[in-house]
Design a protein around this ligand. Sequence first.
Ligand code: TYM
Length: 328
Amino acid sequence: MAKKKIFSGIQATGNLHLGNYLGAIRNWVKLQADYDNYFCVVDLHTITVPQDPEVLRANIREVAGLLFASGLDADNSVVFVQSHVRAHSELAWILNCITPMGWLHRMTQFKEKSEKQKDEVSIGLFDYPVLQAADILLYDADLVPVGEDQKQHIELCRDIAQRFNYRYGDLFVLPDAYIAEVGGRVMGLSNPEKKMSKSEEKKDDAIFLLDSPDQIRAKVKRATTDSMREICFDDNRPGINNLLTIYQLLTEKSKAAIVEYFSTKSYKDLKEELAEVIAESLRPLQERYRELTGEKGYLDQKLDEGARLADEAAERKLKAVQDKIGLR
Ligand code: TYM
């Protein structure tokens, strides 16, 4: 029986963090053997906000390198860069022509991002979720493993697919979001009321995947907690809850075992132990990253091969779309 398909993407902004890893990348690695997978560095999404060309070029490579270093492997997964496969832009245009603007006005991420940008907001930023729908629909993805913040975009993708299928006849698979129960929303260290993000202003809020053990220790030490003493999972105490959740995700111990273990310990102990767990968990990934980026030509060869395979699948689907709507 043919395997079900997975598609997911990640932007080419630098500084991938623990939220990206625990909410998305780690799940991709865990799921990859049971599915046919496409994982994409979505550089065309990245340019919906201004980017310095040199920095963007470097970030695309850094993110791709980190995906391989995390354990995505070419036997199971096609890993590629979005702009290397032209069908993404072309299908996005076609989907633009059937997507009502009102649907995009409802997107909460657009509202948040456009508030920060004010007059500079591009049409690309507004249209971002349609390009995301094109990414997913090109590969007939059944499942889209993402963090919670992407849920609305996947729902929109289903709506667009349904509208197309209704107008032109069944062609697109309706994808489901896969959001881990724990880890779907890793919170910031300095502001645990908000999700951990790549924000430039608050560098202490996120643990970056390439942070050194000392940087990790310093950030965890400064993490916001509260004035209570008891160490327990409690949604009303977002700081401690987040630290314990990260600990749980990385050690894969049960909540009960964790609470029992820390019952006689202090916040300081928790922070020290958590910092070591994070540093140890990231160590193999960082070593592998250094190895593969040190090997000349390795990344280019992998990404060329990924683009070739993705392009084959995407072109096939794009042609089927063109047939349906009368362009061919
Ligand atoms: P991006 O690049 O912002 O994030 C990549 C993945 O990381 C997840 N994530 C988190 N998960 C848990 N806690 C957090 N604090 C956290 N921060 C980020 C995101 O949910 C995401 O899964 N629009 C997408 C990229 C995209 C895409 C796609 C995803 C483009 N096309 C098609 C899926 C399918 C984005 O900006 O992800």
